[in-house]
Design a protein around this ligand. Sequence first.
Ligand SMILES: NC(=O)c1ccc[n+]([C@@H]2O[C@H](COP(=O)([O-])OP(=O)(O)OC[C@H]3O[C@@H](n4cnc5c(N)ncnc54)[C@H](OP(=O)(O)O)[C@@H]3O)[C@@H](O)[C@H]2O)c1
Length: 400
Amino acid sequence: MAITSANLKPAAEPRRLTILGSTGSIGTSTIDLIDRNPGAFEIEALTANKNVKLLAEQARRLRPQLAVVADPGLYQELKEALSGTNIAVAAGPEALVEAAGRPASWVMSAIVGAAGLQATLAAVRRGACVALANKESLVCAGDLMLDAVKRHGATLLPVDSEHNAIFQCFEAEGRKSIEKLILTASGGPFRTRKREELRDVTPAQAVAHPNWDMGAKISVDSATMMNKGLEVIEASHLFAMPEDRLDVIVHPQSIIHSMVAYEDGSVLAQLGSPDMRTPIAYTLAWPQRMPAPSARLDLAKIATLTFEAPDEQRFPALRLARQALKEGGTAPTILNAANEVAVYSFLGGKIGYLDMTAVVEDTLTAIPAQAMTSLEQLGAVDREARAVADRRVQALGLKR
Ligand SMILES: NC(=O)c1ccc[n+]([C@@H]2O[C@H](COP(=O)([O-])OP(=O)(O)OC[C@H]3O[C@@H](n4cnc5c(N)ncnc54)[C@H](OP(=O)(O)O)[C@@H]3O)[C@@H](O)[C@H]2O)c1
């Protein structure tokens, strides 16, 4: 992967930036940083799924060339909301790809789920610097994505706080003599609950993360610890690290964002308050730094940092993700698709909290993994996994 700071000059003029998923949690944090650093960025394109109101507000203020809504039925609404401006308007999944393909040197990839894959790939294929928040695209397309990064000379800058922390350690220390990577996990809102106490958890309880303010899907993933599983897969691709050299440690305060252990026994860590604007700022300004308003660490006030081993009995999602990573090929694609179906079914009240990992496990068992050969094959596997997971959801829903 072409991640080196040597071949990039400091940003002397405004960076041209496209934000895929500008209306989400990462998207709005990105815009907050842009607002606080006037003159540093120009916006090429903004995209959303359905939130036309916020997208139009953002577009009227930031004046991109193009605003895209993924839901084709909302084209007219967006067009009207932006009437009287010279901002081009488009709708539908192809328009997302068009937005990502436009000439912005930097792309914030912040769509949630595999829905972000094609647009992220379009940015990669024109050799852009891609700040990657959309971990699901790397989980489901793994080697195909990395091949495209290499082939087109693109750069992936990890936004996820854990991977961003490791990336920052690497920038300081290089990538030699590494023994293992240690990803920290907050443990989510149910860290101390017994498994039987999780049966009646509601969506509102599951999205209420103790430390981070995030979108609904990643909040549920954090509660089940599937998020950490997806991150283990993401780290394996980003940093070319095998599964058995990727440790997870539960650290409820979310102050240490991750660590790199070296063969001489040294461990480097990156610390900060739990505010995504710090890792986002790092990817927007890289290889420089830019100001971000995140609360400054007061270690005397925090006083105690604690650590626990993850419990894969109570949180089997982590085990399933590790299993899919070890199996390789299309197994992570199946895991990711089934998990998306499970999470949205839980959020929609169709299945219970504990059913989510059952849907993922059953789908992984039902579909044999194959070697990953093409995007077309990956699309077919993703659709098949969603269909199998949907059937499992229906069966579980009937029992409730
Ligand atoms: N939030 C965090 O703190 C955090 C931290 C690390 C990594 N991440 C990763 O960053 C990504 C975004 O997370 P988030 O929390 O920002 O999610 P979010 O708040 O739900 O926002 C998702 C964004 O994607 C858009 N979107 C949703 N479905 C889409 C579709 N089918 N087609 C096109 N656009 C679609 C949404 O548009 P609408 O607003 O119109 O629905 C919104 O702009 C995820 O992959 C997540 O794992 C997030």
